[in-house]
Design a protein around this ligand. Sequence first.
Ligand code: NOJ
Length: 743
Amino acid sequence: MRIRKLSEITLAAIMSLTILSCSKTTMPYSDVVDQKVDSILMLMTLEEKIGQLNLVTSDMDVTGPFIRKGYEEDIAKGRVGAIFNAYGAGYTRKLQELAVNNTRLRIPLLFGYDVIHGHKTIFPVPIGEASSWDLEAIERSARVAAEEASAQGLHWTFAPMCDIARDPRWGRVVEGSGEDPLLGSLIAQARVRGFQGTDLSQTNTILACVKHFAAYGAAQAGRDYHSVDMSERQLREVYLPPYKAAIDAGALSVMSSFNDLNGIPATASKYLMTDILRNEWGFQGFVVTDYTSIMELLHHGVAADTLDAARLALNAGIDMDMQSGFYNSALLKLLNEKKINEEQINQAVRRILRIKFLLGLFDDPYRYCSISREKETLLSNDNLLAARDMAKKSIVLLKNQNNLLPLDKNIKTIAVVGPLANSQRDMMGSWSAAGDWPNSVTLLEGIKNKIPGSQILYAQGCAIDDSNTGMIDEAVKIAKRADVVILAVGEAAWMTGEASSRASLDLPGVQQELVERIYSTGKPIVAVLMNGRPLTIGWIDQHIPSILETWFLGTQAGNAIADVIFGDYNPSGKLPITFPRSVGQIPIYYSMRSTGRPFDANNKYTSKYLDESNDPLYPFGYGLSYTTFDYGEVELSSSEITETDTLDISVSVTNTGKYYGREMVQLYIHDNVASVAPPVKLLKQFQFVDLKPGESKKMVFKLTVNDLMFYRDDMSYGFEKGQFTVYIGGNSRDVRTAFFSLN
Ligand code: NOJ
């Protein structure tokens, strides 16, 4: 082993080089940073280098802020490059001091954490935020999360999750942006911008991590961690775009996924981690594994032992080992056995040190550890307001028969019923990480805040997920005394997220019985759904007059729902994922390909089920408002374009109802004839319009040949001349049509 003597003069000289402020989108690394990194690298022993590749969990969430035995020693000995699950300005400072004061080269630690939808101020779960289709609000949400997380000593979030998900049985649907590659890509970019800002060295920005690369959302049968098998075409058309978009937006770290893709575990996939990520897409950051993924190569059955697994991962292009400890135990041996070379290790270290430089950690390792900033920032009024705003915008109105909603604020007696009506913990949703659930506002509390003059009766009715029907009578009793019932049903937060796949999408426990018993009172009912995935709620759709999909809305959940129920906010959310009628329809998504035997009710030998309709319960892009919008005819600036033209597509949208409202106007394209069977519709653009009652606005979309490109029969990406259909509407089903050709 070569131990290089550290010359203090050399180190001081390196540290005193001025760090240039780097804009991530245009110049991720400056030459100065590269020079500094190389200078440090020259001073490092092999053990020190390998230590930088090691990411270990702290015990913060489990036992409070103390340092686990053995862990302290690892940090002090330079065997750890990064820590996750430790936060707090004081606590991270303590750990940072261990690294900086005890290691030879004083290389600071990187602190990562799952800051998924807010840090202390919890915002709606990601599928909820995605329902807003509001990129600015989503960016602001990530910005607030970054402000709070960085004030607690964090430098790095394991977000955004960019996995397209078309199988609601998969619990992690809640962490993503739904089924559509374009919407998923734009949201991924908004989140990266929100987390990273324009300058990573600012103390209020944090490094984003694009996960889970790749195609984790396509786990077979919706079972978490399961195999993924898909064509190159589907991978590139549907699953890769959001990861790529996030990287294009400047994200400088990527997490490998748990799954195998066509038999090769992502963590051992050179194709994904090097060929696509670095060589095709030009990614310049570092790649970290998911939790113990290198170790799991043994379970996948592609590695025989620790050495084998570490070799596969390093060769694939994995830079940092999360929690397996395999790099620490195996890389030196592998090097001695000449199974890897030192340059591979250098490369990984370089990528990690660059990020530490960009974050400004070499300037001041404690710059994110300010106790006073921590106090000012967490759960500030502004942050709570932003969370409430995001929460309102994330609500989707699924049904509103006879305009039951909005309710009159002078209503005398309201019964608030259901196992989710007063559950603070569930409002946080999954991955609320550092969020303190006692700060969250439940639906019951939100309603009390909104209409303090009314009589509010409350009964839980039943638990979320057990078989006890003993509390239902009490709920029926109070429902009978009320003018209207607000019924909160759905899933517990713990039933969604990682390791939370479900084979049934029905309401768990005896909730369906509760709903039917309340219905039998004949009272007007508003169903408030709280859940992390589409549920099969056909009965509710048929019988209950008003339905709000609220997902899990976070700290301000109850206030935001009350804003919508009582008309202070007119709902504008649209579903980012199709709601099936039954589990048997899965996968069901709007952009299916045309089949050779399209559905025909009168012909048995066409594509359909014997016992179920082909149609979803609610289509992608669907969501109502308290007002109504009328769409005029779609007008085109020309019926023919060439590849250099821009086509203006316009439509007049009129508010024909009584309320001021916001409509999200969606534009879809269908390629009528192509070398590859085209999707029946594909979202290409969308725009909000805000309209007063009676007001009309002309919405103009500018379409270019870029909107018409796809992976052709030979897998080249480009366009094909011919006829196209344009669809415009307020969801993917109810649309106006026009045609043009590309010559
Ligand atoms: C496992 C999860 O899959 C991943 O999303 C998360 O970031 C890591 N654990 C770290 O907590």
